[in-house]
Design a protein around this ligand. Structure first.
Ligand code: CTP
Length: 398
């Protein structure tokens, strides 16, 4: 699976750098071509000579070749690579990557990457658990990078906890799995909806919900990384989906979501409705700000269109349609009913009774029910992994 793949490995100044020579050996054995880049601090932990010998290429550390004064071209490297793997990555470099602080060759190469990027953080547990580090990891993930989570175990500091870089064999497994899925959706158009809708009460107030859009964005990214061209229709969220294969359409109301969905649905091979679309909207939004006068206020609400049900009715034989069901009681039977009523191929059940699942967080816990009646209950996972499970389930439908 890795034969002929061009892999850039970026090493930063962490003790876990000692594992990288093994990783390079495994990559070369698998038939990959490896170009190593290092931060100057990384050279204190593992020698460039070891790495250049194993990778059969000179290691790049400085922006300039010291001997000739010639420029090392990070843009060219960005175009050359099939993937970039930054491992191990220190808290310092995570911060630089998030903020685009390009004061070494490694960060300039990261910023020039056009290919999928994997990041394997490694540091002491308190540094890893610090909100600054966690925010930086969440930002890097939101940029579309794939994070190879560190493992829990003994650390160089003598403490024991999360922060150990994943072992070379497991990193190889992550990369192999990635390439095996990469082209599964090439040539396919995937339509994904995400986030809430806002239904205006007056010019300054709306009825909305707590959806962050994270689940839908993770699905869009996963579909794009599997080679699909993705249309992501998003309600108001503060997330970015910076991948060239993702065309993002921003909407505010359920009606706007409906119009955008119906425009793209006929040409979509796969549609996944992760948006939390309002079921009701104010019947007569006020054109001016509603003033309080001490009396109670009654707002008449009218139903919005059930977009998923309408798509289910329009669905052609070769189209796959998946929806979510957010339930608080009788979860499985309610989800099954939605699957049948809306003519879906797959329903993704979210129970509000599961801690860490549903809106807003970075994790989710889902149960997948397909039209054949198969039920697969998942564990609590990062939303990017949940997105992968959903696309695997869709893959298995055909
Ligand atoms: N959905 C939709 N249009 C709506 C409301 C929901 O397309 N107006 C979609 C959602 O994107 C989701 C699925 O329908 O994929 C189920 O949403 P959910 O809120 O769980 O169920 P509802 O069908 O709205 O039913 P209820 O709120 O009564 O549970």
């Amino acid at each position: 699976m890795l034969k002929g793949k061009k892999v850039v490995i970026g090493i930063t100044g962490s003790i876990a750098a000692y594992k990288i020579p093994f990783l390079i050996r495994l990559l070369i054995k698998e038939g990959a071509e490896v170009q190593v880049i290092m931060t100057p601090a990384a050279t204190d932990f593992v020698t460039p000579l070891t790495l250049s010998t194993l990778s059969c290429k000179p290691v790049i550390i400085d922006p300039y070749k010291q001997s000739s004064g010639e420029w090392n071209n990070h843009v060219e490297l960005g175009l050359w690579a099939d993937i970039m793997l930054f491992a191990p990555v220190t808290a310092n470099t995570l911060g630089k990557m998030v903020n685009g602080i390009a004061d070494n060759f490694l960060v300039t190469a990261y910023l020039s990457a056009r290919c999928p990027v994997f990041i394997a953080p490694a540091m002491d547990m308190d540094m890893y658990e610090h909100p600054s580090t966690q925010n930086n990891i969440a930002s890097l993930r939101s940029f579309g990078n794939m994070i190879i989570e560190p493992q829990v175990g003994e650390l160089a500091s003598g403490l024991s906890g999360p922060g150990r870089m994943e072992d070379p064999a497991s990193i190889i497994h992550v990369l192999t799995t990635f390439f095996s899925k990469q082209n599964r959706l090439s040539g396919k158009k995937v339509l994904v909806t995400a986030g809430p809708t806002h239904e205006a009460l007056d010019p300054v107030r709306f009825i909305g919900n707590q959806s962050s859009g994270k689940m839908g964005f993770a699905i869009a990214r996963e579909a794009a990384s599997r080679g699909a061209s993705v249309v992501l229709i998003s309600g108001p969220v503060s997330l970015s989906a910076e991948m060239t294969a993702i065309e993002r359409i921003n909407v505010t109301t359920a009606q706007e979501m409906y119009e955008a969905c119906l425009k793209h649905f006929p040409s979509a091979d796969i549609t996944i409705m992760a948006a939390a679309i309002a079921d009701y909207r104010p019947a007569r939004p006020s054109g001016t700000k509603i003033k309080k006068n001490g009396d109670s206020l009654t707002v008449e609400l009218h139903p919005t269109k059930d977009i998923l049900a309408e798509m289910g009715a329009l669905k052609r034989k070769n189209q796959v349609l998946a929806g979510f069901a957010l339930e608080t009681e009788n979860e499985l039977s309610n989800a099954r009913q939605k699957l049948i009523k809306k003519n879906l191929d797959l329903i993704i059940l979210n129970s509000m009774n599961d801690p860490g699942a549903g809106f807003n967080g970075d994790t989710n816990k889902i149960t997948l029910i397909n039209k054949a009646g198969n039920v697969v209950a998942g564990a609590l996972k990062d939303k990017s992994e949940v997105a992968s499970d959903i696309l695997n389930a869709i893959d298995e439908l055909s």
